[in-house]
Design a protein around this ligand. Structure first.
Ligand code: ZN
Length: 78
């Protein structure tokens, strides 16, 4: 299914993503989104958290302001 609509951008740059659009791609309330500019288009996607060193997506924690897995934290501390 193709979704298309027109929305105004408010004075501080916000737009409302319609609920049926959010549901169609699985965006949930309070979930972080990744915002990128690609080829002149703004692209929104789910922010997938992963370890900045190895890419692992589980066992994550914040370490010195970065998302890092437990194994990499151990490696950094050894
Ligand atoms: Zn890691």
């Amino acid at each position: 299914m193709i979704y298309k609509t027109y929305k105004p951008i408010d004075s501080v740059g916000r737009i409302v993503i319609p609920k049926d659009f959010r549901d169609a791609v699985g965006f949930k309330e309070f979930e972080d989104l990744l915002i990128e500019v690609e080829d002149g288009k703004i692209v929104l996607s789910k922010a997938e958290l992963n370890c900045v060193f190895c890419g692992k997506t589980s066992g994550l924690r914040s370490y010195m302001g970065k998302t890092v897995c437990e194994n990499c934290v151990k490696a950094l501390n050894s």
